[in-house]
Structures are given as C-alpha cells and as structure tokens.
Ligand binder design. Structure first.
Ligand SMILES: [Zn+2]
Length: 331
C-alpha cells in the first residue's frame, strides 16, 4: 500500500508541475485589450489663469489619448524684465537690445512667450525704448528704456603758433556740429567756439602758454535741443603756444660776438644761429641753451647776422624772423 501511495503522490507532483507550466505558457497567448492605466500619455497643457507681473498663473496637463487630467500646477509669475544692454553709441543703425526675463522661481522665461518691439531705436536724443508684450501662458506689457548716445571724438593739436592753437578731431557719426572747450583759470572747460568742420584754430592766445582743449559732438534732437556727446580722455588735448622770438643785440669784442637777449615767457631753452645771407641758411651756434647771453667765438670777418629762437617745453621754437636779426661787424 505504501509503495502505491508513494507512486500516486509522485504522479500528482509531476502532473501539477506540467499543468502549471502549461497555464504559464497559455498566458503568453492572452489577447485581452490593453488596460487604460497603461496609456503612454500624450500630454498637453491647459492654462487656467495666465501668469502676469507679480501674479502666479495656473495650468493642468491632460492626455489627448485618454481621459487623464493632472492636478492644477503653478505658473510662476513674471518677476524681472531687463535689457541686456542699455547704452549704445550712435552709428545710424537700429539698436535691438536682447531681453532677459526671469520668473518668480528665478528661471529664465523663454523668448517664445513674448514679443519685443522697439521705438526710436536708431536716433540720438529721443525716447528710445523696448516694448515687451507677453503671450501664451503669460500676460503683461513692459517698457524698458535704453540710450543711444553720440560717440566720443579724438582730439589732437596739429600745431601751435605764437598766439594760436590749431586743433583737429575725428568725425563723430550723427554729430551736427562740434563744440570747442578751453580750460579756464578756474579749471573749468568753457565753450569758446562751435563748428561743423573737423578743424579749428583758436586765435588771440598768449605766447609760450599751455592751453587745454576738449571737443564734444552735438546733435539737435526733435525738440530743437542740443544733445551733447559724452567725452573721454581721447576728446582732450593740450598745446603750448610758441614763444615770441627774443630780440637779441650783438656786441663785438675782437673776433668774438657777444649776443644778449631778453627772457621770453614760456621759454624752456634758447637756440642761437648765425644767418648766412648768401645761402639763406641758419647755422646753429648753440642749442638747448638756458642762459640769456652767449659769446660766439672767432666769427667770420665782415658783417654777420644773428638770431635767437626761444623753445617752449614741448620743443616748439619761435618762428624764424629776419626782421629781428642782430647785426655785428667783425674786423
Ligand atoms: Zn493617456
């Protein structure tokens, strides 16, 4: 009996294993429809309340293939709207600064959610602004101002005369004219002239003196008002007018000629010449000389002429002037 029982149990075990595996095999052939909770959602957003300046919005997500709908979620408000650049230099072209927009959570809002238009963005001296209009899940309008200014010029002193300083500068796009400013004794730049040209000679100045200049560009705005350029170091320059030539006198002593002259305002040094009447050339006898008298030794026989020129600290010498030659007859 025990043997039979054991054999039957063994058969049952084998049968149960076989049937289980058969059922498992049959599951693979199941053709039931896909249950709803296995939908691979195609989600879209539905805005309930648009987000605006300082106020959050709301939206939910829904599936286009099934009836799924999410809980309502927050659209963070529009918090910061700023132009990436607010100052431009006029060049006649339209300026279109980029906009940087942040939401209440500190994230950047994509530019697909707003349009930007510009007003007066290629002129100097007018209300120049960007208008940012939100769309999509955002609403609101912002104006942001920016500036288009005249550029700076570069000033230089071309040359100086005894009583004049000749200036020139670079053209500034958009400039109608230029104002020339001179530093006064109280260290304030005063406008001394205006011109639409790129050069100007300031006259009636003292000899051997330093003069500081500043040139600024002007533009006339729609209201008829002057709009000034900024200015930088490049718009400034200075010149030292040439010294008047000293009037020298000559005294002969044997073959030597002693020249004496008055001191001249602004003179840093003097140069003494003998003038060759045959060739018209000036022969330098002494250079970079700081005294006010000089003895020219062993001078040629006959009638000689001498000239003293005063040099300012910039190395500019007083003009050659045959009318003030000192005459000396050497025997
Ligand atoms: Zn779905």
């Amino acid at each position: 009996m025990k043997k039979i029982m054991r054999a039957m149990i063994a058969m049952l075990v084998v049968l149960s294993i076989f049937s289980t595996s058969f059922i498992a095999f049959a599951d693979g052939w199941d053709t039931d429809p896909v249950p709803l909770d296995v939908c691979s959602h195609t989600l879209k957003e539905k805005v309930v309340v648009k987000a605006g300046p300082g106020t959050d919005g709301k939206y939910y997500e829904y599936c286009t293939k099934c009836s799924y709908k999410s809980e309502e979620k927050v659209i963070p408000c529009i918090k910061g709207v700023a132009l990436k650049k607010t100052v431009f230099t006029y060049d006649g072209k339209k300026k279109t600064p980029e906009v940087n927009v942040k939401d209440g959570s500190g994230k950047t809002i994509s530019s697909k959610y707003y349009d930007v238009s510009y007003q007066n963005n290629s002129v100097v001296g007018k209300k120049t602004r960007a208008l940012i209009t939100f769309k999509g899940k955002y609403t609101g309008k912002y104006y942001r101002d920016f500036t288009i200014k005249l550029g700076n010029t570069t000033l230089k002193v071309d040359k100086t005369g005894v009583n004049a300083v000749q200036l020139s500068w670079k053209k500034v796009p958009g400039a109608k004219y230029y104002g020339i400013y001179e530093l006064d004794s109280k260290s304030v730049y005063q406008r001394v002239a205006s011109t639409s040209k790129l050069t100007y000679t300031v006259k009636n100045r003292k000899s051997g003196k330093r003069y500081d200049y500043l040139v600024r560009a002007y533009y006339i705005n729609a209201a008829g008002k002057e709009v000034l350029s900024d200015f930088s170091g490049a718009g400034r320059a200075y010149g030292i007018t040439l010294c008047k030539a000293p009037k020298a006198t000559a005294k002969v002593s044997g073959k030597d000629v002693k020249l004496s002259w008055n001191s001249v305002q602004g003179a840093a040094s003097y140069r003494v010449y003998r003038y060759d009447t045959k060739t018209g050339k000036y022969i330098t006898l002494v250079n970079n000389y700081s005294g006010k008298s000089f003895v020219a030794k062993k001078q040629p026989k006959g009638t000689n002429y001498y000239l003293v020129r005063a040099y300012n600290s910039r190395g500019g010498g007083s003009p050659y002037n045959t009318k003030i030659l000192a005459k000396a007859v050497v025997k």
